[in-house]
Write a protein that binds this ligand. Structure first.
Ligand code: KG4
Ligand code: ZN
Length: 333
């Protein structure tokens, strides 16, 4: 049994998974307290993790005898949040005399595709979360190379920022999607970012500014236009993802695509991705909706993968707030 710990941003979560993928324990405590600030306040996040992780540990204690390793997110994320989980993992490792396994949170998200089954690489992955927007190449051994990333805001972050402009609260992704359902996506004609260049790169800050200017122009009538703004913004942000993804599909000709990260719960995006993959005969995989956002089950699952390969860390495991992946060798295209 592997105990997984997740505390990289604003969700505290613990999970215990057995070797045959049975879930013995799963709990997540999300920090709604950030909502009034319109974004995550690191110092508050850190304090809330300390309280929530302790609370959940009381429930996990009864499994102490059966836990064989502790897997913990140690990169990337908010340093003060990562520290809480890593410190807890170290004390569990020391007191139970079991190995510690550092898990890259982004690699963890990829394992949300394999919560109940054996991993199946190689594949390409679209990661859309609050901190990242990436297209990744995973080889048959599970090694990750970067195909594309964002040069400014992430996909999820742009939803959060537009939601903040419209006073819809935080996190904004779900809220924008909800309002967009009742809107007309063709009312506002936002420009799709970087549509005429071939760079393997995303950019969302220009689109965010287009929305900001439109909101300022609308002024006091904004209430009547919220649904239409959300729908038009969501369409343009998703079309940007689709455009860039289609370019990489044509170049790298991958046959399997996994889509992970909190924003992969967006059903509009899922529908568009399904259409794109159908037209290129690509096998498309999503995580269960409940496990798209940050959770410890994907960390335990990734920990199991690393445990089976005996990839252990020591008590000097450090946090790494930022992750850099090497670019996929251009010559392999
Ligand atoms: O993966 P995640 O839980 O945390 C990070 O690792 O960042 O992703 C959270 C992000 C937030 O930016 C949130 O607004 C976005 O995912 N998100 C969505 C939706 N649900 C969550 N974005 C668009 N549509 C959604 N339905
Ligand atoms: Zn995440």
């Amino acid at each position: 049994m592997i105990l997984g710990i997740e505390s990289s941003c604003d969700d505290s979560s613990l999970a215990i998974m057995s070797e045959d993928f049975k879930v013995l324990f799963y709990k997540k405590i999300s920090q709604y307290q950030h909502e009034k600030f319109g974004g995550v306040v690191p110092e508050l996040a850190s304090r809330l993790h300390t309280i929530a992780l302790y609370e959940m540990m009381l429930e996990v204690k009864k499994f102490s005898d059966t836990i064989r390793a502790v897997a913990v997110t140690n990169e990337p994320g908010l340093s003060v949040s990562l520290i809480t989980g890593v410190s807890l993992a170290k004390s569990i490792s020391l007191s139970l005399n079991i190995p510690i396994i550092g898990v890259n949170h982004l690699f963890g998200h990829i394992f949300s595709l394999f919560l109940e089954k054996k991993e199946d690489f190689p594949m390409a992955v679209l990661l859309v979360s609050g901190g990242h927007t990436m297209i990744l190449d995973i080889d048959k051994f599970g090694n990750i190379k970067l195909i594309a990333t964002t040069s400014d805001d992430s996909f999820g972050e742009s939803f959060d920022k537009v939601a903040k402009m419209l006073n819809l609260g935080y996190p904004g992704g779900e809220k924008i999607e909800k309002f967009a359902k009742n809107g007309d996506e063709n009312v506002f004609n936002f420009t799709i970012p970087m549509v005429n260049n071939n760079r393997e790169e995303f950019s969302f800050s220009g689109l965010k500014n287009q929305v900001r200017i439109e909101i300022e122009n609308i002024g006091t009538d904004i209430k009547s236009q919220i649904n239409n703004i959300c729908a038009s913004f969501q369409k343009t942000a998703c079309l940007h993802i689709l455009n860039k993804l289609e370019k990489t599909i044509k170049k790298y000709k991958f046959k399997k695509l996994g889509v992970v990260g909190g924003a992969s719960a967006n059903l509009y995006l899922r529908g568009k991705l399904q259409d794109l993959c159908n037209s290129y005969n690509i096998n498309l995989l999503f995580a269960p909706l409940e496990f798209c956002s940050d959770n410890a089950l994907m960390i335990a699952r990734c920990g199991l993968f690393k445990y089976q390969r005996m990839e252990f860390n020591n008590l000097d495991l450090n946090i790494k707030p930022t992750t850099y992946f090497d670019k996929l060798n251009q010559s392999s295209s």
